[in-house]
Design a protein around this ligand. Structure first.
Ligand SMILES: Nc1ncnc2c1ncn2[C@@H]1O[C@H](COP(=O)(O)OP(=O)(O)OP(=O)(O)O)[C@@H](O)[C@H]1O
Length: 749
């Protein structure tokens, strides 16, 4: 069951006794709803503010009145999920209540501490909530007088009350509208704040990569030992959907709670002063009902947690088919994919069935509860009325007060399903943020949310911040490549005695493990790469070549040792399959240059000034770049004969260009970005030997130092040294000049 509020869907959100119109409806219409023929026990007590259905859920029978509509939908939980790694996720048991409350506070308080506008909106919302409660009490008295006037047939009094009622309605409407508006404003502002904070934390220090690959260094190892999950499923859904639901439902819940407390106080006073017996009866009735609801319905909490998970897994299977459409089509793998997708969908359906059964059991209780609430106040008050001890208006007011109090005491009963969904949502969001926080264990989650850059901590500790982005045992130290003599041959032994030029990359005592700490890939590796002397890394498949590059990039830190390299501004990594971001051909060439980069990303070095220099590249320059990488007609093709238009055309480049074209385009990026050190992982694997030769000639013209990983013997001719990885050990050898191919006696593995 889902709710729509002003067109916005809520997923673990359905607490609904918060709407002003509902409130007005309940109290303002109390006279009309005190046991009229319109009251339908099937829909619960219409007097009641929350309009409880027999199933125990609040609903709005007239959606247009309240801007709220009940939506039967099961797909919202995963509606924004692009399905990143659902299948890897671990299922967490829902936490206990105190842990939930603590998680809730940790995630919600930073916003109110940091945002002054959020605080203002919050105070205004409280003010308007209090005003609304006062209005409800006022209307309860107005209703009493109204019914008394009717039963006494006092026409003058009746019309005088009607006039007062109309004036009050006119005056109070803006307050109700303002309340809803302010609450939505607060929901928007909070969502914006929290989403941007979570997104910032997700993108900085390559957390997005670490969470995806589970390479959290020692920290994650510790997490493993504590039995925590090392992967977080569907971060996209958590950022897009769980944050939204969290903020919106939190406000709804807050409103419900505060309104209930105020209502409970006011109407308890009213009811106790009118009829103490009824007051006592209601407390007993609500307590028993709540206890039974918790006993019968607690299974729904874990089922709803699983529902979020299973919907996301199903969605992920569909997204994966879309992303790998071509490969699946080549393999004719539709049957397998369909079976797997159906299996996941089957799990969704099974879970829905279980939820349905659990809700049915709960409905037995809540429906009979609602029938009883319809009749209970009448049974208790009727004898007094027939005995002439109380007037009709008093009965109406007592019934109204009864309805209010019962609503307030029945929050658990009426909203159990929705609160259980909210609880599952809190857990998902909190575990996601905890996984991010574990990458910076010296900082608390609250401080990360309040102060992502850690400026306050930095001021307090006054410690130099380490250079390595992810704290692990392998330390990556970056230096400014402009300072040419930063490294000397004394720091690390050179590859050969003869070479005395500065070292551009140095690896000392490296021991590299897989992120799960299970396998040693490289050990005792000492290596210095001299500027201008290019290195080829070779080895059998799975020997750890790419992993060594990951360690140099600072992506993997499990192991020990030190890597010293130029800072990110001067190093460019070329993977085997270049990433093609959404955007124009121009964007493809200049990637990752951007006018938009800011220091919030938390990169290991200040923002790359050279990468900000997009405007320096004219269209003409970029067309020359394309020509230099053997793609002279690409822009014309993309622009239907007009190369300038082609540079600006936005296509799905990853699916439009062949892998060889993408690899050449990636070499074009090197021309635009002019790094000092290029690190390539089989980045010419899709090129023929001639094209490979041309790309390496271009590299030599650009004259950076480069390191390649590859299997092809033809690569030997383009490098000066070779590092062979064998059984965890690295063997360095010099490649004699004019080595052309494997016949020269150099095998790659
Ligand atoms: N996230 C991970 N967790 C655990 N093990 C991993 C992970 N990623 C890679 N590995 C393992 O690490 C080993 C080295 O992988 P790597 O990609 O470095 O090999 P490679 O030498 O580049 O192989 P190839 O030549 O086939 O590309 C492989 O056995 C691989 O299965």
């Amino acid at each position: 069951m889902k709710w729509k509020m002003d067109g916005t869907q809520h997923d673990f959100l359905a607490l609904n006794n918060d709407d002003d119109n509902n409130n007005n409806n309940s109290s303002a219409t109390a006279p009309a709803t005190a046991m009229t023929s319109n009251d339908d026990p099937e829909t619960g007590n219409q007097r009641r503010r929350g309009r409880t259905s027999p199933t125990g859920r609040y609903f709005s029978p007239a959606p247009n009145d309240y801007g709220i509509a009940l939506v039967e939908s099961a797909d919202q939980d995963a509606s924004t999920n692009n399905g990143s790694n659902a299948s890897k996720s671990a299922s967490h048991p829902p936490k206990n209540i105190s842990a939930q409350v603590s998680a809730f506070l940790t995630m919600s308080l930073p916003y109110f501490r940091c945002s002054s506008s959020g605080r203002r909106l919050f105070y205004l919302m409280i003010l308007l909530t209090l005003t609304n409660s006062a209005i409800r009490v006022y209307f309860s008295y107005l209703a009493r007088d109204f019914w008394n006037a009717l039963s006494e047939k006092n026409v003058d009094r009746f019309y005088s009350i009607m006039v007062t009622f109309c004036i009050a309605m006119v005056g109070l409407t803006p307050i109700s509208v303002a309340y809803r508006y302010v609450r939505q404003m607060l929901a928007i502002s909070w969502r914006e704040w929290l989403t941007l904070r979570v997104l910032g934390l997700f993108m900085r220090n390559r957390v997005y990569y670490s969470l995806e690959r589970g390479c959290h260094g020692d920290t994650m190892g510790a997490a493993h030992n504590r039995g925590q999950s090392d992967t977080v499923d569907n971060p996209d859904q958590r950022i897009a959907e769980d944050v939204r639901s969290f903020t919106e439902f939190s406000l709804s819940l807050f409103h419900t709670t505060i309104t209930s407390i105020i209502d409970l106080t006011c109407f308890s006073f009213i009811l106790f002063s009118i009829m103490p017996r009824l007051f006592m009866a209601i407390f007993t009735f609500a307590s028993v009902g709540t206890f039974l609801t918790i006993c019968i319905g607690k299974r729904l909490i874990s089922l709803n947690y699983d529902a979020l998970q299973k919907e996301a897994d199903f969605r992920f299977a569909l997204v994966r088919i879309r992303e790998n459409a071509e490969s699946i089509a080549f393999y004719c793998g539709e049957g397998v994919e369909r079976k797997e997708t159906e299996r996941r969908f089957g799990m969704v359906i099974d879970n829905m069935g279980e939820i349905n059964r659990a809700e049915r059991n709960l409905d037995f209780l809540t429906t009979s509860y609602n029938y009883l609430t319809w009749i209970l106040p009448i049974i208790v008050t009727a004898p007094e009325y027939f005995a002439g001890n109380v007037e009709m208006g008093v009965i109406s007011q007592a019934s109204s007060a009864f309805g209010h109090i019962l609503d307030d005491l029945s929050i658990v009963i009426n909203s159990f399903t929705d609160v259980s969904k909210f609880s599952a949502g809190i857990d998902r969001l909190h575990s996601f943020l905890r996984a991010i926080q574990e990458l910076e264990p010296d900082r608390s989650l609250e401080s990360l949310l309040s102060d992502p850059k850690g400026e306050k901590e930095a001021m307090l500790n006054a410690e130099p911040v380490g250079n390595s982005p992810l704290k692990g045992a392998i330390r990556v130290t970056e230096y400014d490549a402009e300072l040419t003599n930063h490294l000397s041959s004394r720091d690390s032994p050179p590859l050969t005695e003869q070479i005395q030029s500065p070292i551009i990359l140095s690896i000392r005592g490296l021991r590299l493990l897989t992120p799960d700490n299970k396998r040693i890939l490289v050990q005792n590796l000492d290596l210095s790469v001299i500027k201008g002397k290019n290195l080829l890394i070779a080895g059998a498949s799975g020997s750890g070549k790419s992993s060594l590059l990951r360690a140099i990039a600072g992506l993997w830190s499990t192991g020990e040792g030190e890597i010293v390299r130029p800072n990110a501004d001067y190093v460019y990594f070329l993977p085997q399959r270049p990433y093609c971001p959404p955007g124009s051909l121009r964007d493809q060439l200049l990637y990752p240059s951007s006018e938009l980069v800011d220091d919030n990303i938390g990169m290991t070095s200040p923002p790359n000034q050279r990468r900000l220099a997009r405007k320096e590249w004219s269209d003409y320059d970029l067309l020359n770049v394309l020509t230099s990488v053997d793609l002279p007609d690409l822009a014309s093709r993309a622009g239907d004969g007009d190369p300038i238009r082609g540079l600006r055309s936005v296509l799905d480049w990853g699916n439009t260009l062949s892998l060889g074209e993408q690899q050449r385009l990636a070499f074009g990026r090197l021309v635009c970005n002019r790094p000092r050190l290029v690190i390539m992982d089989e980045s010419t694997s899709a090129l023929d030997v001639v094209a490979e030769e041309r790309m390496y000639s271009l590299l030599k013209e650009l004259s950076p130092t480069y390191i390649s990983v590859g299997h092809r013997p033809t690569l030997l001719a383009h490098h000066d040294f070779k590092l062979s990885l064998r059984e965890g050990l690295g063997h360095i050898s010099e490649i004699p000049p004019n080595t052309n191919n494997i016949d020269e006696g150099f095998i790659l593995t």
